[in-house]
Design a protein around this ligand. Structure first.
Ligand code: ADP
Length: 557
């Protein structure tokens, strides 16, 4: 079956103002026109009369006709000439022309008539039936054309509307893309600000913890032994420790999301790291009556890693195994070397993990059950930190579980850094407690005073300066063996104060300890450049400080 031929678009003919089909009758004689009109009365078409070629052309210009009935013999422009003119004009060339002749035409005349564009002939006397039937066919044709033109118009309207709609859609799409772009940028910016805010918040939250912690130590030393007081001190200390853990988590969140978590690598014994992790996890395990079984690697198994961060990762895994086990549950920790890797497994028989969550739990803030009833504390940060720390060490961590209620297993693979060649933990050279003159320079009054009081209790001779200028002056008079100096202080910052002190003859051998909220590599370099011997991040671990002070040489004079 062949496809229908394409429909030639019909450019709208001049409208008659209504739907009536019109026929143009052209004859110079009124009587002939009258006769034609009478014969065609019953067709229902409207007859338009023209007595000359000019009148006919004018009518054709202004109106639409289904056919032209044309007398061949007319004065001036005759019927054949008029037919040719009608056929030459684009707008009228489709109109069928019926030529009326007075007598039968010879062949030559007929040919020239057809060549001019006539469709048919009628000779006089006209047979009305033949005339009507021919014109009825032309009228049908005209109706068809008109319907087609209408359809075409509506089709074109539809196409135009669709094009308009498509353009509107494209425009909306462009607009949407632009808005998505702007929104994405705004979100990224908001995310960056949030990270900065978190970092700042964590640092700011840390500062009040130090004096509070020192104060509890002072209460320990001087606060009496009434059971209520001992209990109250315990509560304060435990809550401070819990708060410190949360703040540290928060700080790590911001480090992970800003990609600024860096390792302080050294040669470490994995067994030492795991023992340390177990020690830290023990209070929680004992509280939950967890039965723990441990298989440690030999001390000679060494890693190239950051012992604090590694221990933090294993403390997190052990803590989770404890948190998500029933009281009295069993937790195993084992480490086995396979080739140049070591596999550390932390396994529990606790609540288990649905398989769909096994990968997702390593994402920041993801918790399997967030309902308040099931909440076991924590921010959903621990495993994200574990993953990051292990990956920074070139290792992997995976979670396994047979599902809810069937326990969980965390497998950590770490590259082994070769066998031990020397002692792992170098002990500080001197552990004998020494009493020193110590200057504390810190603008936070509570932090400065509580630390001063603690160091005094420990037996040191302590003075406090609350700004950089005062620190330099006081150091000149007091000649301390050690100065613990906050780097962010009014009047003169800690770095400049340290430089001034180092510039004095008496200041060359003072032990200078920088105290900052920021422990990044950059901060450490800055404090070293300024002449500091050591760099402590707030809040200062008192045991660490005692260790450092006990190794300090007494002041020269
Ligand atoms: P947190 O424990 O603070 O919620 P983590 O990042 O350490 O955050 O753990 C994320 C989630 O993974 C936990 O909330 C818990 O749903 C699930 N999870 C982690 N360890 C275990 C485990 N040993 N057993 C069962 N679920 C666990």
């Amino acid at each position: 079956m062949s496809a229908a031929p394409p429909v030639e678009p019909v450019t709208g003919p001049p409208s008659n103002g209504d739907e009536t089909i019109q026929i143009l009758l052209v004859d110079d004689l009124i009587a002939n026109l009258d006769a034609l009109e009478v014969m065609l009365e019953s067709t229902g078409c409207r007859m338009v009369r023209a007595q000359s070629a000019d009148a006919a052309l004018l009518a054709l210009l202004e109106q639409d006709f289904a056919a032209v009935v044309l007398d061949i013999k007319m004065p001036g422009i005759d019927g054949i000439e008029l037919a040719r003119m009608i056929k030459q004009r684009k707008r009228t060339q489709h109109i069928p022309i019926l030529l009326v002749t007075a007598a039968a035409l010879d062949e030559g005349e007929m040919v020239s008539g057809y060549a001019a564009g006539a469709v048919s002939y009628l000779s006089k006397p006209i047979n009305p039936i033949v005339l009507r039937s021919k014109l009825a066919a032309f009228a049908d044709l005209a109706r068809g054309r008109r319907a087609l033109a209408k359809m075409n118009e509506s089709l074109q309207r539809e196409v135009a509307e669709r094009q308009k709609a498509e353009e509107a859609l494209r425009e909306a799409n462009r607009d949407l893309e632009q808005r998505v772009l702007e929104r994405t940028e705004a979100l990224l910016e908001a995310d960056r600000r949030k990270d900065e805010f978190l970092a700042m918040l964590a640092h700011e939250l840390r500062n009040p913890l130090a004096p509070a912690r020192y104060a509890t130590r002072i209460l320990d030393e001087r606060g009496g032994t009434a059971p209520e007081l001992v209990w109250a001190r315990g509560v304060i200390e435990r809550q401070i420790n819990q708060m410190a853990r949360l703040v540290d988590d928060l700080l790590d969140v911001s480090r992970i999301s800003r990609g600024s978590l860096v390792l302080q690598r050294e040669r470490v014994s994995l067994a030492a790291v795991l023992r340390e992790s177990l020690d830290s996890s023990m209070p929680l395990m004992e509280q939950n009556a967890i039965e723990v079984s441990v298989t440690l690697p030999p001390d000679s198994l060494q890693l190239d890693g950051d012992p604090l961060r590694l221990s933090q990762a294993f403390v997190n895994l052990l803590g989770n195994a404890t948190k998500y086990s029933p009281p009295g549950g069993r937790v195993t920790l084992s480490a086995v070397r396979t080739g140049d890797q070591v596999e550390i497994v932390v396994k529990d028989a606790g609540i288990g993990i649905p398989s769909a969550m096994l990968e997702r739990i390593f994402e920041m803030f993801t918790q399997v059950d967030q309902s308040l009833e099931r909440s076991r504390g924590g921010l959903g940060v621990g495993l994200a930190l574990v993953k990051r720390v292990i990956e920074l060490h070139g290792g992997t961590v995976t979670a396994l579980s047979d599902g809810p209620g069937r326990g969980s297993e965390f497998r950590v693979m770490l590259p082994v850094g070769g066998a031990a060649t020397g002692p792992v933990d170098a002990k500080p050279s001197s552990r004998t407690a020494r009493r020193h003159k110590v200057l504390i320079a810190e603008d936070g009054k509570d932090a400065a005073d509580s630390m001063a009081m603690l160091l005094t209790i420990m037996g040191h001779d302590v003075k406090v300066a609350y700004d950089g200028e005062e620190a330099v002056t006081m150091a000149g008079e007091f000649r301390p063996a050690a100065i613990i100096m906050d780097v962010g202080m009014p009047k003169l910052n800690g770095y400049d104060a340290a430089r001034r002190i180092r510039g004095e003859v008496w200041g060359r051998h003072v032990h200078l300890i920088a105290l900052t909220g920021w422990g990044q590599a950059d901060d450490r370099r800055r404090s070293k450049d300024a002449g500091f011997d050591q760099h402590f991040t707030k809040p200062v671990d008192l045991a660490e400080l005692e260790k450092v002070l006990s190794a300090v040489k007494p002041a020269a004079g």
